[in-house]
Design a protein. Structure first.
Length: 210
């Protein structure tokens, strides 16, 4: 029996995931968390085989939670499940230690396949993502500028492009406003952009805005 820990801040999504697992004979729900910090608490307290982790959670970003879980439970597979398209976060998630990445638009059968695959110690990626990974490893020079950003810089970029004020970004990422300003300055320099307006234009152009 594969014990699955579910972490998503939307109750409807968690209910849907539990329904899919309940109809699968070799899987059970080990626990469900509605935030990043709650996910960490359950991961430390309970017994589980695979964690299903959302990227966007209110108190702690899923990538940050992933890094902590992999630091404490390096052998435990984590499958990222997100509303964001693969090109936004998948490669970052895999580099941070995820065993796979699925969008929430994926068919239930695909989710079940992915869980079984990562539970057996293998990685799960779609054919499209595998091709993108091959391009990245091959040193593809046509990669967009935002792929050169650190995870935190990328998070700041997406939030600025979404129109979030500095104070709200700081609160969302659990950082000081001063630290957020430092990340903003770094990403502006790396991307050769001048201000928030240009960042927003870039984010919309590359579909980084929710």
């Amino acid at each position: 029996m594969i014990r699955v820990l579910i972490a998503d801040d939307h109750a409807i999504v968690r209910q849907g995931l539990k329904l899919i697992l309940s109809e699968t004979s070799d899987m059970s729900v080990a626990g469900e968390a509605d935030s990043g910090l709650h996910a960490l608490k359950l991961a430390r307290e309970g017994k589980w085989d695979v964690a299903l982790l959302d990227i966007s959670m209110p108190d702690k970003n899923g990538i940050d939670v992933l890094k902590i879980i992999k630091g404490e439970f390096p052998k435990q597979p984590v499958l990222m499940l997100s509303m964001h398209p693969e090109e936004h976060y998948a490669i970052r998630a895999l580099k941070a230690g995820a065993s796979g990445y699925l969008t929430k638009q994926s068919a239930p059968a695909l989710l079940v396949t992915a869980i079984r695959q990562v539970a057996s110690g293998r990685k799960y990626v779609s054919p499209e993502l595998a091709e993108k990974l091959a391009s990245t490893l091959g040193g593809d020079t046509d990669r967009p500028l935002h792929e050169n950003l650190s995870d935190r810089e990328y998070q700041v970029l997406c939030l600025i492009a979404s129109g979030k004020p500095l104070s709200e970004i700081a609160e969302t990422l659990s950082l000081s406003a001063k630290t957020v300003s430092v990340y903003r300055a770094r990403l502006l320099e790396k991307m050769n952009l001048k201000n928030n307006a240009e960042l927003t234009h870039y984010g919309i152009k590359h579909q980084l805005v929710e």
